[in-house]
Ligand binder design. Structure first.
Ligand SMILES: [Zn+2]
Ligand SMILES: [Zn+2]
Length: 121
């Protein structure tokens, strides 16, 4: 099941929700796959850095660089749903510093910008 969820996720160009993945797997397997079990597997992938979660879209992307640990910045298109992934250590350090200056332990900064991608703009 984990393998099936991962290959489904890896085949997606845009962030996919647990529901999308459960739907596709149900069709491919000819029996209903519950979104809840897909959710659990996706969360496991996120915990192991195999997948990235796009919070504002409630959706997931396969992590193409599972070896890197960093705060990903996502540019999420309101129109087509594409999420491009940028990494910027300076921005991420500034966000973490802002939190720690207020005695807040930042565990997982969520950096997402909603808007329009080049094609949709
Ligand atoms: Zn990243
Ligand atoms: Zn777009």
């Amino acid at each position: 099941m984990r393998e099936a969820v991962f290959s489904e996720l890896a085949g997606q160009e845009r962030p996919a929700s647990a529901y999308d993945i459960a739907d596709n797997l149900s069709k491919a397997r000819g029996k209903r796959v519950a979104p809840n079990s897909v959710y659990r597997i996706l969360d496991l992938f996120v915990a192991n850095n195999l997948a990235l979660r796009v919070e504002s879209a409630n959706a997931y992307l396969a992590n193409t660089h599972p070896g890197c640990q960093h705060d990903c910045i996502f540019l999420v298109c309101d129109e087509c749903g594409e999420a491009s992934h940028v990494d910027d250590e300076e921005v991420s350090r500034a966000v973490r510093a802002l939190a720690s200056a207020r005695d807040f332990q930042a565990k997982r900064p969520v950096l997402e910008i909603r808007g329009l991608c080049r094609l949709c703009a």
